[in-house]
Design a protein around this ligand. Sequence first.
Ligand code: XMP
Length: 319
Amino acid sequence: LWTPGQIVEDAIVKIREQVGSDQVILGLSGGVDSSVAAALIHRAIGAQLHCVFVDNGLLRLNEGDQVMATFAENMGVKVTRVNAQQRFYDALSGVVDPEKKRKIIGNLFVDIFEEESQQVVDAKWLAQGTIYPDVIESAGAKTGKAHNIKSHHNVGGLPDYMTLKLLEPLRELFKDEVRAIGEELGLPQQMVWRHPFPGPGLGVRILGEVKEEYCDILRRADAIYIDELYASGHYHKISQAFAVFLPVKSVGVMGDGRTYEYVVALRAVETKDFMTAGWYPMPYEDLARISNRIINEVKGINRVTYDISSKPPATIEWE
Ligand code: XMP
């Protein structure tokens, strides 16, 4: 019988056998898989694990602080936080093409991760939160996105010259098992049960050029949305929910004057496999409360819309 406790025990034995007294580096993203991998490997080898967390400026509100609080402060994991926000904003300046944006974000992540990894003396292993579905995805000749997607921090993102060996303790596990292990290892519920978040982050949730100003507005709107979904009990019935920033200004009215401010779209989908998805039937009263809060609390937004498109033909992200 495979209980989470037993999977953890077995994994610990295996990790210790594999790495011996070597040093291991791991890119922590704040997502479920890399978080569980970090917690598990830390349980096995403690201070031989060095994590690198790159803040690319495209993360959710307070995400960097939460990652540091969970791993560095509470669990005593060695984590280097790299505040690379400005480097990403500079690299993305003037770029509107979605594929170019993805490439820039992915490549810069790899560059920064390499720079930081070199600071870890003598690392012999690169740990990754690859899970079984990633393995299948990469093996099959999947087209473009799903494959590229993971490349910068999951399967196959190894820079050639870093002759590191791969440590992938979640490689045989499904998402549910990974979550169960995360709970077993004492990770916070909110981290273990969080909706998926794309590698390029807000870069695919801001249409057109990515600017710091847009990221800040979007982060605040998204945080209110997600807060309200938790408070109203919808969060766990939804597979993925987030706000999208539309770089167009529409007219509004405030007092005697007109305003021209940006638009935010809210997305919430239900899906089993993320290949097809239906929009979540959010009750009107919840939509009303969320919209009021966003418009009242987020400067720069005067209009909120709800996305009622299914996948296909729409996708989940707006890109
Ligand atoms: P789409 O928008 O193609 O998204 O319907 C399907 C799922 O994939 C996620 N997604 C990504 N995940 N890196 C990721 O790690 C990416 O570049 C990426 N693009 C989309 C998306 O959030 C959804 O869960």
